[in-house]
Design a protein around this ligand. Structure first.
Ligand SMILES: [Zn+2]
Length: 467
């Protein structure tokens, strides 16, 4: 289509102005992210209070209401709030949240100082860049964008709450768990946007957003094999270590049944339409079809992709093995630890019963040493999911949003049990190798992806809070 020169020029200028604003925002956000990464919040011990005070000072500088809560010495949270409409037409608040603590580093495996937040060739490298300090700053910038609207005279349709919490990487007792227990009023909301999803760049360069709406539940099961003890010079039938070895071989060969949930059915149906590999895309359609024979066929093909296989069934990973005291003594027992992740709605007791049958040895016993708690799955049929879709397409029209069941656990489970509809996102488009650096070495965030994420999260907040 051809446009008259004046119209074309006007469009060009209108298109340019936000781009320049975006550049300034990205520059400011990058400096904030560097400063936040330089505050070492490795958990344990955490020391998130320094990070909390830093974030609090950024809000206060902008005239945004903000408060630091101390959950324990050196630990804490920041809760900031932009107030919206009051009265009967006001909608319930939304939360933009993230965690300030990071996991430890294997210093010798990094090519740069993990806490220096060095930028080379447009890529910021540092612990926490993608988990979860990048998202905290993207959320903070979304708050600032809303505050600019408020200053220009807009009244938001609801309160928007920012939460940066502590201790996510170690279970949340001094973070979200503490806030929910001690300050539930500060975070009372209808929806929460948290970490836990993905924005993935596929091998063909196309992107999709996996919005986390449910998560697997983590349990710890101890397997104990018993046998006769004695001197190693007399070999004994039923040696506990050999018995445990046979049991673990049976556990390793066991596969839990394929189970589709509403979230995974929609996940595979949506992904089938955009997946670059034709055979795998067909397998995804098969899995989503609901037809038993096709589901089995599709699941067999997807077995080749561990991340996808893990959302189709309860997963069992042996992680620790213990037994024996010295080289010439046959021990009475030997133990193995299994980390079992059940699909939502599936019972750990049923899995253990199936394992017992697979092992088929009365001298091998199973104990559930730590039992996880299930949380409800979120719906794709509400204003939140629609807002994420619209915001994603505003940043990149071809992007597809798919519902996602995460194999990892997040603070969202606590929120969902408390009645807050929590959704998980990682708003930064990453290729698989960069995504896999989360909790790994040389964790990094391309600044172009950071800019994308800031626009994406800001868009979500605007979709939900602008009148
Ligand atoms: Zn995280």
């Amino acid at each position: 289509m051809r446009l008259p020169v004046l119209v074309a020029l006007t469009l060009l200028l209108a298109g340019n102005a936000p781009a320049q604003a975006d550049d300034a925002i990205l520059r400011e956000a990058t400096q904030q992210l560097q400063a936040l990464i330089r505050i070492n919040t490795t958990n344990p011990p955490g020391n998130e209070l320094a990070a909390a005070r830093f974030i609090d000072s950024l809000f206060k500088a902008d005239g945004i209401e903000s408060q630091v809560f101390e959950s324990a010495p050196g630990r804490g949270a920041v809760v900031a709030r932009i107030r919206g409409r009051t009265g009967t037409t006001a909608k319930s608040p939304i939360i933009l949240m993230g965690h300030m603590d990071v996991v430890g580093v294997q210093r010798d495996q990094w090519t740069v100082d993990p806490f220096a937040a060095i930028i080379t060739d447009g890529v910021l490298t540092g612990r926490g860049a993608i988990d979860d300090k990048g998202m905290l700053i993207a959320n903070l910038q979304a708050m600032k964008a809303l505050q600019r609207r408020v200053r220009a005279g807009t009244t938001l349709s609801r309160d928007v709450i920012f939460v940066a919490n502590a201790d996510e990487e170690a279970g949340g007792d001094f973070g979200m768990g503490w806030l929910l227990k001690n300050h539930p009023d500060a975070i009372r909301a209808e929806y929460a946007l948290n970490e836990g999803g993905r924005t993935r760049i596929m091998s063909n360069g196309k992107k999709y957003v996996a919005l986390q709406m449910a998560e697997k539940v983590s349990h710890v099961v101890t397997v104990t094999a018993n046998g006769p003890d004695g001197h190693a010079s007399i070999p004994l039938d039923g040696n506990a270590i050999a018995r445990l070895g046979r049991a673990l071989a049976a556990i390793g060969a066991h596969r839990e049944p394929t189970v589709l949930t509403p979230v995974t059915t929609r996940f595979f149906a949506s992904l089938a339409g955009i997946w670059p590999d034709a055979a795998q895309a067909r397998a995804m359609s098969d899995v989503a079809s609901g037809d038993a024979a096709r589901v089995t066929r599709g699941a067999e093909v997807l077995r080749a992709i561990p991340t996808l296989d893990a959302v189709l069934r309860t997963g069992i990973s042996p992680t620790i093995i213990e037994g024996g005291i010295r080289s010439n003594v046959i021990p009475r027992d030997a133990k193995a630890t299994l980390n079992i992740r059940t699909l939502p709605g599936q019972s750990i007791d049923s899995t253990v019963a199936r394992l017992q049958r697979a092992v088929n040895d009365p001298r091998v016993t199973f104990t559930i040493s730590s039992r996880g708690t299930d949380s409800p799955a979120m719906s794709a049929e509400n204003e939140f999911f629609a807002a994420v879709e619209r915001a994603a397409k505003r940043v990149e029209p071809s992007i597809v949003v798919v519902p996602y069941l995460s194999t990892g656990a997040t603070d969202s489970a606590d929120l969902r049990r408390a009645g807050i509809k929590a959704y998980g996102l990682l708003p930064f488009p990453l290729e698989m190798p960069d995504e896999e650096r989360m909790h790994g070495n040389d964790e990094r965030l391309p600044l172009s992806a950071f800019g994308f994420g800031i626009r994406f999260v800001t868009g979500i907040a605007e979709q939900l809070a602008l009148p």
